[in-house]
Structures are given as C-alpha cells and as structure tokens.
Design a protein around this ligand. Structure first.
Ligand SMILES: *Cc1c(COP(=O)(O)O)cnc(C)c1O
Length: 369
C-alpha cells in the first residue's frame, strides 16, 4: 500500500506514452467512428451515452481509492437516485437520514413513496427502526450539515442479518477519509462536486460497489437514464484528484483551528467538528475515519447574527457547496433545510491557518457589535 499522496497522484493514470500528457486528454464525441463493415465491436466505443474513455480513467482512479468498481454520474443526486431507484421495488422499505442532505430526503419522500416504497427516516445517531425488514439503509456519515457520525459496521451487520443492503453517502468524508465498503457497506455513493474535486467548478457523482452485478446494473441504469457526466468535467475531476491528499490535510488543519476559536467565542452557541475530543461524534469518528473533513458546523443566536458574521468576514465566501479551495459558509435554513436559523455550515478552504483564524475571530466579534 502506498501513502495517500502517492495514491491520488497516480490514480487511474495509464502507462506513460512519450509525447503524450500523463493524464490523457478528454475524449469528446457523441458518435465515434465505427468500422463500416464490421459495425459495433466489443471493446470499441460506439456512442457517447454509454461509452467514454475519460469516464473509464476517472472510474479507475476513484475505484482504486474506494477499493471497488466505480460508476460515475452527472451529479451527486444522479448517483444517489440511481442507487435508490435501481435497488428499490414497490413494497420495499428504505431508511434515509433525517438529518442528512435534505434533497435526498425530499427525493425519497416524493418519488419513492409514490412508487409504493415505504420511506422511513432515522437520525444519524439513531435510534434506527427495526432493520431486519429493510431493503436498503442509506446513511450519511458525517451527516451534512449537522456532522453526526454513525457506526457503519454495526449498522451493516444489522441490515445484512435481514438480507438488506447498505449505502453510505461518502461525500463529506471522501474515500481518503473513510472507505465504507471496508466497513461492510454495499454501496459507497457520493457527490464529487464537493471536496473530492475541490475547485467548486464541476458537478459530479459516483457509486462504488464490489459486486460486479450491481456495478453492471448501475452502468445499465446510467445508460438508460442518460445521467452521464460530460467528458470535460470527468477530465477536470481526474486532474483535481491528484491534490486531494494535500487539500484535505490543509482543510482539516484549518477546521481544527477554526473549531477551537468557535468553541471559545461567546457569540457561538454550539459547534460541531468530529475531530474535537469534546464532540459527541469524536469516539466513533476516531475509530472509523482516517481523517476528519474540513467542515465545521456552528450555531449563533439567530439569522441576523449569522448574516453579520457572513458580512463581516473577508475570506469567507457565502456559498452553498463545500469542500472547495476557498473557505465558504452557508446558512442552511435559507434553503428550507430544517435547521436553526443561526446554523452555519462552514467549509474550510486551503488558505493559511493564521489568516483564516484571524478573519473568523474578527467576524465573530462583529456579531456582538
Ligand atoms: C451535495 C450533496 C449531494 C448532492 O450532490 P450534487 O453533486 O449537488 O448533486 C448528496 N449528498 C451530500 C451529502 C451532499 O453534500
């Protein structure tokens, strides 16, 4: 096993060819050239909705990090919905996180419920309903935005005892933070829009599984629904993967420093970061995760206090994604996420720690003023 830095730099690269780039250029094309006589042939790309060499290189790269086969999708939601819709049938029961990414919950309660699937919600820390009659348990750990953490291995054992499947939304952790399939999950599903690619410039999703039949079913689903990532986005994602280890290291160090400042400031009512020994998620996170993400969630008195914080900071961009190079923050309640009005999901970028800490201090002091 190589270290993480080496793994991401070399992930999915072909043997180098003199005169060619290390990472092959994106393969564009809707139709590709076919042999005019032999027609479609095994191993030859035919049409862009089902075949693309740039996706395959990226899938090899992400698959090597998750330790599984990878199928890329147009976005995180395309990946999440591909798992839900391709696994669940009328009469099945699914459990989704009550405190996870709110669009996943909204998707389940509208599109799955109306197709005869029983949709249950459980908070990430539990309690969970009886899991032996569940067809699919989808957990998100750490959960976005509250950053609670659940024990994947323990939940997987309970679901598998009844013959069900487990999917873990690995967006916030990334495969360098945790490998859900090693912990017993059947699917690792993620948005690559966030820390995985980290430059806030593309939408991407993926699903990883170690079961070749499930991987083939997901690939067929993607081809049928057309939820494909563009070749240029796939290439940009692969290009960005090489710095994942460096980016996460700085983001995590920044989060550790910012979390301490937040915890000590009188304007802050509560702070969550699973890397703090005082955090309720610390114990499970330390056992289960290889590194703690650069996202810190905290609460100030109310909406006005949150807005003053966002206005007073100079380095913090207001934005509703996370995991990018630039520090950003999002007041989640403005999106209809059922969170307190003063809750801010704060995503540390890769700026210098001293600069970021000084800026956060200034902005917190402005809340009082
Ligand atoms: C952003 C996000 C998604 C959806 O990803 P998109 O790429 O925006 O479609 C799914 N799950 C989690 C945990 C997310 O943060």
């Amino acid at each position: 096993m190589t270290g993480d830095g080496t793994a991401v730099v070399h992930a999915g690269l072909p043997e180098p060819v003199p005169g060619r780039p290390f990472l092959p250029n994106p393969a564009f094309g809707a139709p590709y050239h076919l042999d005019p006589v032999a027609g479609p042939q095994a191993g030859v790309d035919g049409y862009g909705r089902t075949d693309n060499a740039t996706w395959r290189a990226l899938e090899t790269a992400i698959g090597s990090l998750e330790g599984a086969e990878c199928v890329t999708f147009a976005s995180g939601m395309a990946a999440v919905s591909a798992v839900l819709l391709s696994v669940l049938r009328p009469g099945d029961t699914v459990v989704v996180p009550a405190d996870g990414y709110y669009k996943t919950r909204a998707f389940a309660s509208s599109h799955l419920a109306e197709r005869g699937v029983t949709v249950l919600e459980a908070p990430t820390v539990g309690p969970y309903p009886a899991l032996d009659a569940v067809r699919l348990l989808l957990v998100e750990t750490p959960a976005n935005p509250g950053l609670d953490v659940c024990d994947i291995a323990e939940l997987a054992a309970r679901v598998h005892a009844g013959g069900g499947l487990v999917a873990v939304d690995n967006t916030t952790a990334t495969p360098l933070g945790q490998r859900p399939l090693d912990l017993g999950a059947d699917f690792s599903v993620a948005s690559g829009t966030k820390a995985l690619t980290g430059h806030s410039d593309i939408l991407l999703g993926y699903v990883c599984t170690r079961d070749p039949e499930r991987a083939a079913a997901l690939t067929a689903w993607r081809g049928a629904t057309g939820a494909v990532v563009g070749p240029f986005e796939a290439w940009l994602a692969h290009r960005s993967l090489g710095t994942l280890d460096l980016r996460l290291a700085r983001q995590s160090a920044n989060a550790a420093a910012v979390a301490e400042v937040l915890a000590a400031h009188p304007a802050v009512l509560s702070v969550r970061w699973p890397g703090r020994p005082e955090d309720p998620a610390y114990e499970v996170a330390s056992r289960q995760m290889r590194r703690i993400p650069g996202v810190v969630t905290f609460t100030v008195a109310d909406r006005a206090a949150a807005e003053r914080f966002l206005e007073a900071s100079e380095l913090v961009f207001a934005a509703t994604s996370f995991g990018g190079l630039h520090t950003s923050a999002d007041r989640r309640a403005q999106w209809g996420d059922a969170t307190p009005e003063g809750l801010i999901r704060f995503s540390c970028g890769v700026e210098d720690t001293e600069d970021l800490v000084a800026d956060v201090r200034r902005a917190l002091d402005a809340i009082k003023g």
